[in-house]
Design a protein around this ligand. Structure first.
Ligand code: UD1
Length: 428
């Protein structure tokens, strides 16, 4: 299994182009199940997760082809016919978001059998809200032996979906199903993440009638069929925030391009409070830090536009070297502090109690062997390694490959001393 070795201490200077958003791309790919015409997605990230979903879609009948377009990587998806309505355990288990094929399969064919995603390292992560949404659209749902059997023999019909809590995946799932339902639907207490807007825009290009995405109420007028479309995947706001934090951690000056700073406003406010200089541009932002020690700040993760849970681990890495004590509260997922003990191996001083971590800034970190435990946790270890003295070796980097495109290449282009060691032993 690959490992990543980092020799800390190098300042970062240069430019990092941001890729298309993983979390958006995988839902947009699922939308291709809704039409027999081609869906062309541009600005596609090339990641383990998108490749993986491509494989699942092929099993269901989608032709998937990748190419290099004028504006970067593209994926063409066409599902002339659904050849299977079953998403088996071995595939859904590996990537939770593959559960989102359930709604489109049901909307297009009236039936689907999709494995429950099963446990996940960052907490229980149930799918009850996804199922509640499909039931509100008239689906009959039965659970047997770890599978969801969903049926709507006469098609889905419009309905009211009132979510008790914000869920990104369930809101997207509801949209993906309701666009082909007969009649009108309304989603209240919808997630407001920018990915909702991206999905709605793509669906509307395909002929759907979705309004209100990005607010807490989404209206959908069902249509009887959707057509093909071309859509550019939005920039990855988590990748943007991750490199912004990396630049602040290592020091130097890095320009992040092909992205949008407004997607990470809350992070940038907190970085400003901590003493990082940020300049905004039309196509992104520049992050600068020269020598001075950062100040500790408090954060609480929250649904968008609050502080993204997917940036919590990275921000914790940054706070390990700040002056004073930072309090970090995780309110979205239980058990999402697995990076804390690994950061402590590098010399960080962190105490975790329930959903709260207290990080007392230290003068310096020291390289060590650490283990990546989940996607965002692993990148926080890379960030810490950039500022540590000596060598940090991050084991189990397959987590990183799920969500960060060409990470070593992007960081080393700015002067980081980072390299991948292929197939080395890890500590499993
Ligand atoms: C998505 C993102 C993930 C991000 C998260 C929160 C993708 C592929 N993943 O995950 O990177 O960290 O949003 O911003 O887009 N919940 C339920 N029942 C459900 C669904 C969710 O109780 O049926 C709970 C979850 O356990 C969690 C909370 O709702 O506590 C929010 O989860 P949700 O927004 O659904 O996250 P995901 O869509 O899984």
């Amino acid at each position: 299994m690959d490992r990543i070795a980092i020799i800390g201490g190098a300042r970062l200077e240069g430019e990092i182009p941001i890729s298309g958003a993983k979390n958006s791309a995988i839902k947009l790919m699922a939308a291709s199940l809704l039409t027999d015409e081609p869906l062309r997605l541009t600005n596609m990230p090339r990641l383990a997760d998108t490749r993986f979903l491509g494989k699942l879609l092929q099993r269901l009948g989608t032709e998937v082809s990748e190419s290099e377009g004028a504006d970067g990587p593209e994926t063409l998806l066409q599902t002339r016919e659904i050849i299977s309505t079953i998403a088996p355990y071995d595939l859904v288990r590996q990537m939770r978001a593959s559960f989102n094929v359930l709604g489109p399969l049901l909307a297009r064919t009236g039936q689907a059998k999709v494995s429950l995603p099963g446990g996940c390292t960052i907490g229980a992560r149930p799918v009850d809200l996804h199922l509640q949404a499909l039931e509100a659209l008239g689906a009959r749902i039965d659970l047997h032996e770890g599978y969801v059997y969903a049926q709507a023999p006469r098609g889905l019909r419009g309905g009211r979906i009132d979510f008790p809590i914000n869920s990104v995946g369930a809101t997207e799932h509801a949209m993906l199903a309701a666009v082909l339902a007969e009649g009108d639907s309304e989603i209240t207490n919808a997630a407001r993440e920018p990915e909702m807007v991206d999905l709605a825009e793509c669906l509307n290009k395909m002929g759907a009638k979705v309004s209100g995405a990005g607010t807490s109420t989404i209206q959908i007028q069902g249509v009887s069929r959707l057509s093909g479309a071309t859509h550019a995947v939005m920039p990855d706001r988590i990748e943007t925030g991750t490199y912004a934090v990396a630049a602040a951690m290592a020091g130097g000056e890095v320009r992040l391009t092909r992205t949008r700073s407004d997607f990470i406003e809350t992070l940038l406010d907190k970085m400003g409070e901590a003493g990082v200089e940020v300049t905004l541009h039309n196509d992104g932002l520049t992050v600068k830090r020269n020598g001075a020690r950062l100040r500790a700040v408090e954060i609480d993760t929250a649904p968008y536009p609050g502080f993204a849970t997917d940036l919590q681990a990275q921000f914790m890495a940054l706070m390990t070297l700040a002056e004073g004590e930072s309090v970090i509260r995780e309110t979205i997922f239980e058990n999402r502090f697995m990076h804390a003990p690994e950061l402590s191996r590098l010399g960080a001083d962190i105490t975790v109690s329930g959903g709260e971590a207290r990080v007392r800034g230290v003068e310096s970190l020291e390289g060590a062997q650490v283990m990546a435990t989940d996607l965002r946790a692993s990148v926080s270890l890379v960030i810490a390694g950039l500022a540590g003295r000596g060598e940090t070796m991050v084991n189990r980097v397959y987590h990183l490959d799920r969500g960060f495109e060409r990470l070593e290449e992007k960081l080393s282009a700015c002067g980081a001393q980072i390299r991948r060691i292929k197939g080395g032993d890890d500590e499993e």
